[in-house]
Design a protein around this ligand. Structure first.
Ligand code: RFL
Ligand code: PHB
Length: 391
Protein backbone atom coordinates (compact mmCIF):
# COMPACT_ATOMS: atom_id res chain seq x y z
CA UNK A 1 0.00 0.00 0.00
CA UNK A 2 1.17 3.54 -0.70
CA UNK A 3 0.04 6.95 0.57
CA UNK A 4 1.39 10.49 0.92
CA UNK A 5 1.08 10.80 4.71
CA UNK A 6 0.92 7.86 7.13
CA UNK A 7 -0.78 8.94 10.36
CA UNK A 8 -0.16 6.83 13.47
CA UNK A 9 -3.02 7.04 16.00
CA UNK A 10 -6.75 7.85 15.75
CA UNK A 11 -6.99 10.19 18.72
CA UNK A 12 -8.07 13.80 18.14
CA UNK A 13 -4.63 14.76 16.70
CA UNK A 14 -4.49 11.99 14.09
CA UNK A 15 -8.15 12.20 13.07
CA UNK A 16 -8.13 16.00 12.75
CA UNK A 17 -4.91 15.97 10.73
CA UNK A 18 -6.32 13.24 8.49
CA UNK A 19 -9.49 15.22 7.83
CA UNK A 20 -7.68 18.50 7.05
CA UNK A 21 -5.23 16.76 4.68
CA UNK A 22 -8.03 14.85 2.98
CA UNK A 23 -9.96 18.09 2.41
CA UNK A 24 -6.81 19.55 0.81
CA UNK A 25 -6.54 16.56 -1.54
CA UNK A 26 -3.57 14.97 0.27
CA UNK A 27 -3.87 11.19 0.47
CA UNK A 28 -3.40 9.76 3.96
CA UNK A 29 -3.90 6.52 5.88
CA UNK A 30 -4.56 6.34 9.63
CA UNK A 31 -3.26 3.32 11.59
CA UNK A 32 -4.81 2.84 15.06
CA UNK A 33 -3.85 0.00 17.36
CA UNK A 34 -7.20 -0.13 19.21
CA UNK A 35 -10.76 -0.71 18.00
CA UNK A 36 -13.09 2.18 17.24
CA UNK A 37 -15.24 1.27 20.28
CA UNK A 38 -12.21 1.25 22.58
CA UNK A 39 -11.11 4.72 21.44
CA UNK A 40 -14.66 6.05 21.91
CA UNK A 41 -14.86 4.50 25.37
CA UNK A 42 -12.05 6.66 26.78
CA UNK A 43 -13.36 9.57 28.83
CA UNK A 44 -10.97 12.50 28.61
CA UNK A 45 -11.08 16.21 27.88
CA UNK A 46 -14.09 18.46 28.12
CA UNK A 47 -13.08 22.05 27.39
CA UNK A 48 -12.36 23.38 23.89
CA UNK A 49 -10.61 26.66 23.20
CA UNK A 50 -11.99 28.88 20.42
CA UNK A 51 -8.93 28.02 18.29
CA UNK A 52 -9.82 24.32 18.54
CA UNK A 53 -13.45 25.03 17.61
CA UNK A 54 -12.18 27.05 14.62
CA UNK A 55 -10.11 24.05 13.48
CA UNK A 56 -13.08 21.71 13.79
CA UNK A 57 -15.07 24.24 11.69
CA UNK A 58 -12.30 24.22 9.09
CA UNK A 59 -12.36 20.41 9.06
CA UNK A 60 -16.14 20.52 8.47
CA UNK A 61 -16.96 18.42 11.55
CA UNK A 62 -18.52 20.96 13.90
CA UNK A 63 -22.28 20.84 13.17
CA UNK A 64 -23.14 18.82 16.31
CA UNK A 65 -20.60 20.75 18.38
CA UNK A 66 -22.43 24.01 17.57
CA UNK A 67 -25.78 22.43 18.44
CA UNK A 68 -24.84 20.60 21.62
CA UNK A 69 -21.68 22.34 22.92
CA UNK A 70 -22.11 24.57 25.95
CA UNK A 71 -20.54 28.04 25.71
CA UNK A 72 -18.98 29.07 29.01
CA UNK A 73 -18.28 32.77 29.63
CA UNK A 74 -16.29 32.06 32.79
CA UNK A 75 -15.25 29.57 35.47
CA UNK A 76 -15.27 29.62 39.25
CA UNK A 77 -12.51 29.20 41.80
CA UNK A 78 -13.56 27.87 45.21
CA UNK A 79 -11.42 28.23 48.32
CA UNK A 80 -11.85 29.26 51.95
CA UNK A 81 -15.51 28.24 51.77
CA UNK A 82 -16.43 30.76 49.02
CA UNK A 83 -16.61 30.85 45.23
CA UNK A 84 -15.09 33.54 42.98
CA UNK A 85 -16.00 33.87 39.33
CA UNK A 86 -13.43 34.63 36.64
CA UNK A 87 -15.46 36.21 33.85
CA UNK A 88 -13.47 35.47 30.66
CA UNK A 89 -16.00 37.19 28.42
CA UNK A 90 -15.96 40.44 30.35
CA UNK A 91 -12.18 40.38 30.97
CA UNK A 92 -10.95 39.55 27.46
CA UNK A 93 -14.03 39.08 25.28
CA UNK A 94 -13.54 35.33 24.76
CA UNK A 95 -15.29 32.12 25.84
CA UNK A 96 -14.65 28.36 25.89
CA UNK A 97 -16.90 25.53 24.68
CA UNK A 98 -17.69 22.47 26.79
CA UNK A 99 -17.98 19.47 24.43
CA UNK A 100 -16.44 16.11 25.29
CA UNK A 101 -13.37 14.70 23.57
CA UNK A 102 -15.42 11.53 23.03
CA UNK A 103 -17.88 13.53 20.91
CA UNK A 104 -15.11 15.34 19.00
CA UNK A 105 -13.58 11.93 18.24
CA UNK A 106 -16.95 10.47 17.18
CA UNK A 107 -17.62 13.43 14.83
CA UNK A 108 -14.15 13.05 13.28
CA UNK A 109 -14.54 9.27 12.87
CA UNK A 110 -17.95 9.73 11.22
CA UNK A 111 -16.47 12.31 8.83
CA UNK A 112 -13.61 9.92 8.03
CA UNK A 113 -16.06 7.12 7.23
CA UNK A 114 -18.16 9.45 5.06
CA UNK A 115 -15.06 10.62 3.14
CA UNK A 116 -14.01 7.08 2.29
CA UNK A 117 -10.42 7.85 3.38
CA UNK A 118 -8.62 4.80 4.76
CA UNK A 119 -8.40 4.09 8.48
CA UNK A 120 -7.14 0.78 9.87
CA UNK A 121 -8.28 -0.08 13.39
CA UNK A 122 -6.58 -2.82 15.41
CA UNK A 123 -3.31 -2.35 13.51
CA UNK A 124 -0.85 -4.33 15.66
CA UNK A 125 2.91 -4.00 16.14
CA UNK A 126 3.22 -0.76 14.16
CA UNK A 127 6.86 0.10 13.41
CA UNK A 128 8.39 3.08 11.59
CA UNK A 129 11.33 2.81 9.17
CA UNK A 130 13.56 5.03 7.00
CA UNK A 131 11.99 8.32 8.05
CA UNK A 132 15.47 9.91 7.89
CA UNK A 133 15.37 9.43 4.10
CA UNK A 134 12.86 10.27 1.36
CA UNK A 135 10.85 7.05 1.41
CA UNK A 136 9.61 6.20 4.91
CA UNK A 137 7.78 2.92 5.52
CA UNK A 138 5.38 1.81 8.21
CA UNK A 139 4.93 -1.89 8.97
CA UNK A 140 2.03 -3.35 10.93
CA UNK A 141 0.02 -6.52 11.36
CA UNK A 142 -3.69 -6.74 10.65
CA UNK A 143 -5.68 -9.94 11.18
CA UNK A 144 -2.41 -11.81 11.64
CA UNK A 145 -0.90 -10.64 8.33
CA UNK A 146 2.03 -8.28 7.95
CA UNK A 147 1.41 -5.15 5.88
CA UNK A 148 3.72 -2.42 4.62
CA UNK A 149 2.71 1.17 3.97
CA UNK A 150 5.06 3.24 1.77
CA UNK A 151 4.69 6.96 2.32
CA UNK A 152 6.31 10.39 1.97
CA UNK A 153 5.77 11.58 5.55
CA UNK A 154 4.83 10.02 8.89
CA UNK A 155 2.75 11.90 11.47
CA UNK A 156 3.24 10.40 14.93
CA UNK A 157 -0.09 11.16 16.63
CA UNK A 158 -0.05 8.07 18.84
CA UNK A 159 -0.15 9.61 22.29
CA UNK A 160 2.27 9.48 25.19
CA UNK A 161 2.79 5.69 25.12
CA UNK A 162 2.94 5.42 21.32
CA UNK A 163 5.67 4.00 19.12
CA UNK A 164 6.53 7.19 17.18
CA UNK A 165 8.53 9.05 19.82
CA UNK A 166 10.19 5.79 20.85
CA UNK A 167 11.36 5.26 17.25
CA UNK A 168 13.52 8.38 17.33
CA UNK A 169 17.19 7.76 18.19
CA UNK A 170 17.52 8.69 21.86
CA UNK A 171 20.47 11.03 21.22
CA UNK A 172 18.31 13.10 18.83
CA UNK A 173 15.72 13.81 21.51
CA UNK A 174 15.75 15.98 24.61
CA UNK A 175 13.01 15.45 27.18
CA UNK A 176 11.78 17.59 30.06
CA UNK A 177 9.55 16.12 32.73
CA UNK A 178 7.81 16.77 36.03
CA UNK A 179 5.73 14.09 37.72
CA UNK A 180 3.28 15.31 40.37
CA UNK A 181 2.86 13.42 43.65
CA UNK A 182 -0.91 12.86 43.18
CA UNK A 183 -3.55 11.84 40.63
CA UNK A 184 -7.14 12.69 39.72
CA UNK A 185 -9.94 10.28 40.50
CA UNK A 186 -12.70 11.07 37.98
CA UNK A 187 -16.31 9.99 37.69
CA UNK A 188 -18.95 10.49 35.04
CA UNK A 189 -22.61 10.44 36.06
CA UNK A 190 -25.97 11.07 34.45
CA UNK A 191 -26.87 13.83 36.87
CA UNK A 192 -27.32 17.56 36.15
CA UNK A 193 -24.11 19.58 36.78
CA UNK A 194 -23.89 21.26 40.19
CA UNK A 195 -23.40 24.67 38.56
CA UNK A 196 -23.69 26.03 35.01
CA UNK A 197 -19.92 26.69 34.89
CA UNK A 198 -16.86 24.72 36.02
CA UNK A 199 -15.78 24.95 39.66
CA UNK A 200 -12.06 24.48 40.46
CA UNK A 201 -11.72 23.97 44.24
CA UNK A 202 -8.64 24.24 46.45
CA UNK A 203 -9.39 22.60 49.82
CA UNK A 204 -7.18 21.40 52.64
CA UNK A 205 -8.29 17.82 51.83
CA UNK A 206 -7.16 18.34 48.23
CA UNK A 207 -8.28 19.73 44.87
CA UNK A 208 -11.72 19.05 43.38
CA UNK A 209 -13.21 19.92 39.98
CA UNK A 210 -16.87 20.05 38.99
CA UNK A 211 -17.21 19.77 35.23
CA UNK A 212 -19.82 18.49 32.81
CA UNK A 213 -20.53 17.02 29.40
CA UNK A 214 -24.11 18.29 28.97
CA UNK A 215 -27.04 19.65 30.97
CA UNK A 216 -27.72 16.12 32.19
CA UNK A 217 -24.23 14.58 32.42
CA UNK A 218 -21.61 15.61 34.98
CA UNK A 219 -17.89 14.97 35.29
CA UNK A 220 -16.24 15.36 38.71
CA UNK A 221 -12.64 14.92 39.84
CA UNK A 222 -10.89 14.60 43.20
CA UNK A 223 -7.16 14.93 43.87
CA UNK A 224 -6.00 11.62 45.38
CA UNK A 225 -2.72 9.95 46.34
CA UNK A 226 -1.19 7.82 43.57
CA UNK A 227 -1.54 4.78 45.81
CA UNK A 228 -5.37 4.92 45.59
CA UNK A 229 -7.32 2.44 43.43
CA UNK A 230 -10.57 3.38 41.68
CA UNK A 231 -12.16 0.09 42.89
CA UNK A 232 -11.74 1.25 46.48
CA UNK A 233 -13.96 4.26 45.83
CA UNK A 234 -17.65 3.42 46.04
CA UNK A 235 -19.93 6.08 44.56
CA UNK A 236 -21.09 7.01 48.08
CA UNK A 237 -17.49 7.54 49.20
CA UNK A 238 -16.76 9.71 46.16
CA UNK A 239 -19.81 11.97 46.67
CA UNK A 240 -19.10 12.32 50.37
CA UNK A 241 -15.50 13.38 49.74
CA UNK A 242 -16.54 15.79 46.97
CA UNK A 243 -19.02 17.47 49.32
CA UNK A 244 -16.29 17.98 51.91
CA UNK A 245 -14.23 19.95 49.38
CA UNK A 246 -16.98 22.27 48.05
CA UNK A 247 -18.71 25.38 49.44
CA UNK A 248 -22.13 25.21 51.17
CA UNK A 249 -24.14 26.38 48.17
CA UNK A 250 -22.56 23.80 45.89
CA UNK A 251 -23.14 21.05 48.45
CA UNK A 252 -26.80 22.06 48.67
CA UNK A 253 -27.16 21.98 44.86
CA UNK A 254 -25.17 18.80 44.21
CA UNK A 255 -27.26 16.02 42.67
CA UNK A 256 -25.64 12.62 43.20
CA UNK A 257 -26.32 9.37 41.38
CA UNK A 258 -24.64 6.20 40.13
CA UNK A 259 -21.35 6.67 38.29
CA UNK A 260 -21.06 5.39 34.71
CA UNK A 261 -17.26 5.62 34.62
CA UNK A 262 -14.61 5.87 37.33
CA UNK A 263 -10.84 6.04 36.79
CA UNK A 264 -7.62 7.50 38.17
CA UNK A 265 -5.23 9.53 35.98
CA UNK A 266 -1.69 10.47 37.07
CA UNK A 267 -0.55 14.07 36.55
CA UNK A 268 2.55 14.82 34.52
CA UNK A 269 4.27 17.62 32.62
CA UNK A 270 6.43 16.41 29.72
CA UNK A 271 7.95 17.85 26.55
CA UNK A 272 10.12 16.11 23.93
CA UNK A 273 12.20 18.33 21.65
CA UNK A 274 12.34 18.65 18.69
CA UNK A 275 9.04 17.56 17.10
CA UNK A 276 10.54 16.68 13.72
CA UNK A 277 13.10 14.07 12.64
CA UNK A 278 13.57 13.98 8.90
CA UNK A 279 10.15 13.00 7.57
CA UNK A 280 8.63 12.07 10.92
CA UNK A 281 6.59 14.67 12.83
CA UNK A 282 5.31 14.25 16.38
CA UNK A 283 2.01 15.92 17.30
CA UNK A 284 -0.20 16.00 20.40
CA UNK A 285 0.43 13.79 23.44
CA UNK A 286 3.13 11.91 21.49
CA UNK A 287 5.30 15.00 22.00
CA UNK A 288 3.99 16.58 25.20
CA UNK A 289 1.80 16.05 28.25
CA UNK A 290 0.26 18.63 30.54
CA UNK A 291 -1.52 18.03 33.84
CA UNK A 292 -5.27 18.42 33.11
CA UNK A 293 -5.79 21.38 35.47
CA UNK A 294 -5.54 23.98 32.70
CA UNK A 295 -7.66 21.95 30.20
CA UNK A 296 -4.89 22.23 27.61
CA UNK A 297 -4.02 18.70 26.36
CA UNK A 298 -6.56 18.29 23.57
CA UNK A 299 -6.24 21.95 22.66
CA UNK A 300 -2.46 21.65 22.28
CA UNK A 301 -2.94 18.58 20.09
CA UNK A 302 -5.21 20.71 17.88
CA UNK A 303 -2.68 23.56 17.69
CA UNK A 304 0.13 21.18 16.66
CA UNK A 305 -2.20 19.92 13.92
CA UNK A 306 -2.88 23.52 12.89
CA UNK A 307 0.85 24.04 12.17
CA UNK A 308 1.43 20.56 10.71
CA UNK A 309 -1.54 20.59 8.34
CA UNK A 310 -0.51 23.99 7.01
CA UNK A 311 3.12 22.90 6.61
CA UNK A 312 2.18 19.77 4.65
CA UNK A 313 -0.40 21.54 2.49
CA UNK A 314 2.21 24.23 1.71
CA UNK A 315 4.73 21.48 0.82
CA UNK A 316 2.37 19.78 -1.62
CA UNK A 317 0.79 22.87 -3.19
CA UNK A 318 3.67 25.36 -3.20
CA UNK A 319 6.61 22.94 -3.25
CA UNK A 320 8.26 24.68 -0.29
CA UNK A 321 9.85 23.22 2.85
CA UNK A 322 9.44 26.44 4.85
CA UNK A 323 6.48 25.28 6.96
CA UNK A 324 8.00 21.87 7.57
CA UNK A 325 11.31 23.39 8.62
CA UNK A 326 9.57 25.79 11.04
CA UNK A 327 7.10 23.20 12.43
CA UNK A 328 8.95 22.16 15.58
CA UNK A 329 9.95 25.65 16.65
CA UNK A 330 6.48 27.13 16.06
CA UNK A 331 4.82 24.36 18.04
CA UNK A 332 7.28 24.51 20.91
CA UNK A 333 6.78 28.24 21.50
CA UNK A 334 3.08 27.62 22.11
CA UNK A 335 3.60 24.28 23.89
CA UNK A 336 5.89 25.78 26.52
CA UNK A 337 3.41 28.56 27.30
CA UNK A 338 0.67 25.96 27.79
CA UNK A 339 3.08 23.88 29.91
CA UNK A 340 3.77 26.94 32.04
CA UNK A 341 0.07 27.73 32.52
CA UNK A 342 -0.86 24.10 33.31
CA UNK A 343 1.99 23.84 35.83
CA UNK A 344 0.96 27.16 37.41
CA UNK A 345 -2.70 26.24 37.73
CA UNK A 346 -1.79 22.81 39.11
CA UNK A 347 0.52 24.41 41.69
CA UNK A 348 -2.15 26.96 42.63
CA UNK A 349 -5.05 24.57 43.10
CA UNK A 350 -3.59 21.36 44.61
CA UNK A 351 -2.35 20.39 48.04
CA UNK A 352 1.24 19.17 47.75
CA UNK A 353 2.42 16.62 50.30
CA UNK A 354 5.47 17.87 52.26
CA UNK A 355 4.65 21.54 51.72
CA UNK A 356 5.41 23.60 54.80
CA UNK A 357 3.35 26.42 56.33
CA UNK A 358 5.24 28.98 54.27
CA UNK A 359 4.19 27.17 51.10
CA UNK A 360 0.53 27.16 52.19
CA UNK A 361 0.62 30.87 52.98
CA UNK A 362 2.11 31.69 49.58
CA UNK A 363 -0.62 29.64 47.88
CA UNK A 364 -3.32 31.44 49.89
CA UNK A 365 -1.79 34.81 49.01
CA UNK A 366 -1.71 33.91 45.32
CA UNK A 367 -5.38 32.87 45.33
CA UNK A 368 -6.34 36.06 47.17
CA UNK A 369 -4.31 38.15 44.72
CA UNK A 370 -5.93 36.43 41.75
CA UNK A 371 -9.50 37.07 42.86
CA UNK A 372 -8.79 40.66 43.90
CA UNK A 373 -6.68 41.81 40.93
CA UNK A 374 -8.22 42.42 37.53
CA UNK A 375 -4.73 42.31 36.01
CA UNK A 376 -4.10 38.83 37.45
CA UNK A 377 -7.53 37.65 36.25
CA UNK A 378 -6.82 38.88 32.73
CA UNK A 379 -3.60 36.85 32.70
CA UNK A 380 -5.46 33.74 33.81
CA UNK A 381 -8.36 34.30 31.41
CA UNK A 382 -6.08 34.90 28.42
CA UNK A 383 -4.25 31.62 29.04
CA UNK A 384 -7.33 29.54 29.93
CA UNK A 385 -9.25 30.45 26.76
CA UNK A 386 -6.07 29.77 24.75
CA UNK A 387 -3.24 31.91 23.42
CA UNK A 388 -3.38 32.80 19.72
CA UNK A 389 -1.77 30.38 17.23
CA UNK A 390 0.40 33.30 16.14
CA UNK A 391 1.20 32.34 12.59
P1 RFL B 1 -4.50 10.31 22.22
O1 RFL B 1 -5.88 10.80 22.44
O2 RFL B 1 -3.82 9.59 23.32
O3 RFL B 1 -4.54 9.40 20.92
C1 RFL B 1 -3.44 8.60 20.52
C2 RFL B 1 -3.98 7.40 19.76
O4 RFL B 1 -2.89 6.62 19.29
C3 RFL B 1 -3.18 5.25 19.52
N1 RFL B 1 -1.90 4.52 19.61
C4 RFL B 1 -1.38 3.78 18.60
N2 RFL B 1 -1.83 3.54 17.36
C5 RFL B 1 -1.07 2.74 16.57
N3 RFL B 1 0.11 2.18 16.97
C6 RFL B 1 0.61 2.41 18.22
N4 RFL B 1 1.76 1.87 18.61
C7 RFL B 1 -0.15 3.26 19.07
N5 RFL B 1 0.02 3.70 20.35
C8 RFL B 1 -1.03 4.47 20.66
C9 RFL B 1 -3.98 5.24 20.81
O5 RFL B 1 -4.76 4.06 20.95
C10 RFL B 1 -4.81 6.49 20.64
O6 RFL B 1 -6.06 6.21 20.01
O7 RFL B 1 -3.50 11.51 21.79
P2 RFL B 1 -3.81 12.88 20.97
O8 RFL B 1 -4.57 12.60 19.71
O9 RFL B 1 -2.50 13.56 20.91
O10 RFL B 1 -4.81 13.70 21.91
C11 RFL B 1 -4.40 14.20 23.15
C12 RFL B 1 -5.59 14.25 24.12
O11 RFL B 1 -6.22 12.99 24.13
C13 RFL B 1 -5.15 14.62 25.54
O12 RFL B 1 -4.18 15.62 25.52
C14 RFL B 1 -6.34 15.14 26.40
O13 RFL B 1 -7.28 14.13 26.61
C15 RFL B 1 -5.85 15.68 27.74
N6 RFL B 1 -6.95 16.09 28.61
C16 RFL B 1 -7.58 17.31 28.44
N7 RFL B 1 -7.25 18.12 27.41
C17 RFL B 1 -7.93 19.29 27.20
O14 RFL B 1 -7.59 20.03 26.25
N8 RFL B 1 -8.97 19.70 28.00
C18 RFL B 1 -9.37 18.94 29.06
O15 RFL B 1 -10.35 19.30 29.70
C19 RFL B 1 -8.65 17.71 29.33
N9 RFL B 1 -9.01 16.92 30.34
C20 RFL B 1 -7.35 15.25 29.65
C21 RFL B 1 -8.40 15.70 30.52
C22 RFL B 1 -6.76 14.00 29.85
C23 RFL B 1 -7.18 13.19 30.89
N10 RFL B 1 -6.57 11.91 30.99
C24 RFL B 1 -7.25 10.72 31.24
C25 RFL B 1 -5.19 11.73 30.61
C26 RFL B 1 -8.81 14.92 31.56
C27 RFL B 1 -8.20 13.66 31.77
C28 RFL B 1 -8.67 12.88 32.96
C1 PHB C 1 -13.24 17.65 32.05
O1 PHB C 1 -14.41 18.04 31.91
O2 PHB C 1 -12.91 16.47 31.89
C2 PHB C 1 -12.19 18.64 32.43
C3 PHB C 1 -12.51 19.99 32.46
C4 PHB C 1 -11.54 20.92 32.82
C5 PHB C 1 -10.28 20.49 33.15
C6 PHB C 1 -9.95 19.14 33.10
C7 PHB C 1 -10.92 18.20 32.74
O3 PHB C 1 -9.34 21.41 33.52
Amino acid sequence: MRTQVAIIGAGPAGLLLGQLLHKAGIDNVILEQRSREYVLGRIRAGVLEQGTVDMLDEAGVSARLHQEGLIHDGAELCFGGARHRINFKELIGKTVTVYGQTEVTRDLMDARDASGAKIVYEAESVSLHDFDGKSPKVRYRKNGEWQELDCEFVAGCDGFHGVSRQSVPQNALRTFERVYPFGWLGILSDTPPVSHELIYANHERGFALCSMRSASRSRYYLQCPLTEKAEDWSDARFWEELKRRLDGEAVANLVTGPSIEKSIAPLRSFVAEPLRFGRLFLAGDAAHIVPPTGAKGLNLAASDVHYLSRALIEFYTEKTNAGIDAYSEKCLRRIWKAERFSWWMTSLMHRFPNTDDFGHKIQEAELDYLVSSRAAQIVMAENYVGLPFGD
